[in-house]
Design a protein around this ligand. Structure first.
Ligand SMILES: [Fe+2]
Length: 290
């Protein structure tokens, strides 16, 4: 039994009001709760939240939450982390309440990123998902929230952590030996590479919608709201995602996507890709659209 999805993330942000506008007016993610510490919880589906915006100022990824289907799977991952010599901490009831899950274990990887492996995410059955602007839904649910692309100091060590300890599977390699890894049919839930331009860990966060019209509408909304575009609409060669990139209020990129192909582990063959996109994704200099 292994991890089945990237279930939640925590983002440390410095400008919470700007993030609230960005999330609700452009992205389409409604706020499910305002925490006592100021944290904003963003919904994408039936779960209480998928993204926590923590007003701690890092403007980076604080933690990644990985879902397992049951307590036995949680013990299995915890055992692998312990046997690898990592310090594994068990959530307190208060910590689990904050994450809106039944229970989690946490460990820090070789890059310094905190990973939480959890069971029993809270759903909101009396409050069906309703986007914060006119759109229908995100491709989340069993696929998890989307994907994150991370800058790591040692790509081989990161790849070993995700495959050997968390139990993710390699999907393919991109240029510069970026490794793309999956834990369900989503092409990748995380990608790791020794990408220059640090020190921030999070390069981009990708959220996916279910129709081309929702992608195109988001593109229009970005323009109407003055959200800075960083890459025009284009298509990636490995996951076949059609997407565009904008700058978040934290500086890292948000990829808004549609139509990625899915992985079938029974038939998937790992390939490597050279630099370049199938079409589009023309970079736009930061500040150029102002
Ligand atoms: Fe991406």
């Amino acid at each position: 039994m292994d991890i089945t999805q990237l279930g939640y993330i925590g983002l440390g942000v410095s400008d919470l009001p700007a993030w609230e506008r960005f999330a609700t007016e452009f992205v389409g993610t409604p706020i499910s709760e305002r925490g006592a510490d100021g944290t904003l919880y963003l919904r994408m589906d039936e779960y209480h939240h998928r993204i926590a915006l923590v007003p701690s100022g890092e403007d980076d990824l604080l933690y990644a939450g990985w879902m397992v289907p049951n307590p036995a799977a949680l013990e299995c991952v915890a055992k692998r982390l312990c046997e690898a010599g990592l310090a594994v901490e068990e959530s307190t009831p208060e910590q689990a309440r904050q994450r809106h899950v039944r229970r989690f274990i946490a460990a820090t990887d070789t890059s310094g990123l905190r990973h939480e492996v959890y069971v029993g995410g809270y759903v909101l059955p009396r409050s069906p998902f309703q986007a914060s602007r006119p759109m229908v839904s995100f491709k989340a649910d069993d696929y998890g929230l989307g994907h994150v692309v991370l800058r790591v100091p040692d790509q081989k060590a990161a790849e070993a952590f995700y495959t050997n300890l968390l139990g993710l599977r390699l999907t393919d390699y991109g240029s510069g030996r970026i490794a793309f890894l999956h834990c369900n049919r989503r092409h990748h839930s995380v990608a790791v590479g020794e990408v220059p331009g640090g020190p921030k860990c999070l390069i981009h966060l990708m959220l996916e919608v279910n129709t081309l019209d929702e992608l195109g509408t988001a593109y229009d909304v970005a323009e109407q709201r003055g959200v800075p575009l960083l890459k025009t609409i284009g298509k990636h060669p490995n996951d076949h995602m059609v997407s565009f990139y904008v700058e978040t209020p934290s500086g890292f990129e948000l990829e808004y996507g549609f139509g990625a192909r899915e992985v079938d582990d029974a038939t998937w063959v790992l390939q490597s890709y050279e630099r370049g996109d199938v079409w589009g994704h023309k970079p736009i200099a930061r500040g150029a659209a102002d």
